[in-house]
Write a protein that binds this ligand. Structure first.
Ligand SMILES: Cc1cc2nc3c(=O)[nH]c(=O)nc-3n(C[C@H](O)[C@H](O)[C@H](O)COP(=O)(O)OP(=O)(O)OC[C@H]3O[C@@H](n4cnc5c(N)ncnc54)[C@H](O)[C@@H]3O)c2cc1C
Length: 417
């Protein structure tokens, strides 16, 4: 499979696009692998890639019940940032952001990472006080953030109503300039192509329906819709389906599944060249390269596995957008959908081994795991290959729910991550 490059694009343009080959193979499922990874989203594919690339493991399968990136990886609003409160989170997410900064080159795939900055806007003196505490903590953790005035926010986000008469008056906020967006499915496809080149078997339309254990309770494989597969180690990266799958292995995870919705408007001329999040309403938006505004907001309140989302949330999110950006009031919505996100009590991920021997997990990213795909994959690969958690991943073990060493980012910052 040849490299992608500008020269190659030119050459294929000249000869009528006849020289391209499929970005990855469609191999037959084999009966045995060293490592089986369940879930062909960003985290599963990145885990396979780093296992092969960094640790030289070649006999790997990624089993995906649908199509690559068809879960949350292809459904999210693509915000990437590392503006987290606790040192453990700041280290983890900034590691991920640094991997994103070199990802297109690493994978030889244009993931369209655009560091257009992210503004978090406060609407009361109380919120501004928490923002100052948050910024102070982040600066101590070495994250590039700084407070901004209302005037600076208005300059960067002219469509935001910052007038004194606004229903949500703006009192200032903070910015992370290295934050931004990337093309979500390109991240999945880029990792898939690069992992495939290293010999990873990516099997789509292959649902895992159970776990195979030996007499000692060690997981020795999985039962799939295409038959049994033996494996030395099995890792799950199935986001909103983590508790369902873990239960099949006899493990209760502290994960509940909720729909999180995304909205895209009809294409507009450029109106927003950064990412904005409002602390009053929880809405956030950016503008895609095609011109649509990509909008996100609160979770649907009750647990669900329906990838649609409900009307009250649609009304709340879009009502808040129209209220805070009145000039968008007549813009039409082009698309809306939901993904099923994996919510844990402290809004932080779970990474590493489980009490079920031979079974590893990557989940709990909830509303914020797209930005963490490179780190989640890298760190789980490290654990699978070395048998020990990476330093960055150690605080995010499942054990914290028994020891009480929770890392409650939502409580610290006031937004659910
Ligand atoms: C609307 C929305 C907006 C979001 N916005 C952001 C954002 O702006 N920034 C951010 O950082 N994060 C965001 N997120 C969260 C982010 O999308 C997820 O945390 C991340 O994509 C999770 O990746 P993953 O690979 O773990 O899961 P997924 O991409 O969901 O992949 C899991 C895969 O497992 C497969 N699977 C499930 N069960 C089985 C089985 N039994 N057998 C085989 N395969 C199985 C699924 O089909 C799926 O493809 C958002 C999420 C949503 C839904």
């Amino acid at each position: 499979m040849s490299r992608y490059s500008a020269l190659r694009l030119l050459w294929e343009g000249i000869r009528g696009q006849t020289g391209w080959s499929p970005a990855w193979r469609f191999p037959e499922l084999r009966s045995r692998y060293d490592v089986v990874i369940i879930g062909g989203g960003g985290h599963g594919l990145a885990t396979a890639y780093y296992l092969a690339k960094v640790h030289g493991v070649r006999n790997i399968a990624v089993l995906e019940r649908g199509w690559l990136g068809g879960g949350n990886t292809g459904r999210n609003t693509t915000v990437i940032r590392s503006n987290y409160y606790y040192p453990e989170s700041a280290r983890l997410y900034d590691f991920s952001l640094r991997l994103y900064e070199g990802l297109a080159r690493e994978l030889n795939y244009n993931v369209m990472f655009s560091q257009r900055g992210m503004y978090i806007v406060a609407h009361s003196q109380h919120q501004l006080e928490s923002v100052r505490r948050w910024v102070g903590a982040m600066q101590l953790n070495g994250i590039d953030t700084g407070m901004v005035t209302t005037a600076e926010i208005k300059r960067r986000i002219p469509i935001l109503d910052t007038s004194a008469a606004a229903r949500f008056p703006v009192c200032g906020g903070f910015v992370q300039k290295r934050a931004g967006t990337a093309r979500h499915d390109a991240v999945a496809w880029g990792y898939a192509r690069a992992a495939d080149r290293l010999g990873v078997d990516i099997i789509q339309n292959c649902e895992v329906r159970g776990f195979i254990k030996n007499a000692n309770g060690l997981v020795t494989g999985v039962d799939t819709s295409r038959g049994p597969v033996a494996a030395d180690k099995v890792a799950m990266a199935v986001a909103g389906h983590s508790s369902v799958l873990a239960r099949m292995a006899g493990l209760e995870l502290p994960v509940t599944s909720h729909a999180l919705q995304a909205f895209v408007t009809e294409p507009l001329k450029p109106v927003l060249d950064t990412v904005m999040l409002s602390l009053a309403t929880g809405i956030y938006l950016s503008q895609s390269d095609k011109g649509g505004l990509v909008i996100g907001g609160e979770l649907d309140r009750y647990p669900s596995y329906a990838q649609r989302g409900n009307m009250p949330t649609i009304r709340n999110v879009l009502g808040a957008v129209a209220e805070q950006m009145p000039s968008l009031g007549r813009v039409r919505l082009a698309r809306q959908w939901a993904g099923i996100v994996d919510i844990v009590p402290d809004s932080s991920p779970i990474l590493g081994e489980t009490p079920v021997p031979g079974l590893y997990v990557n989940c709990g990213w909830g509303t914020g795991g797209f930005k963490a795909i490179p780190a989640g994959g890298y760190l789980l690969a490290h654990h699978l290959a070395t048998g020990r958690p990476h330093d960055l991943a150690a605080p995010f073990s499942l054990a914290r729910f028994s020891t009480g060493a929770l890392i409650d980012e939502a409580a610290a910052s006031g937004i659910a991550h």
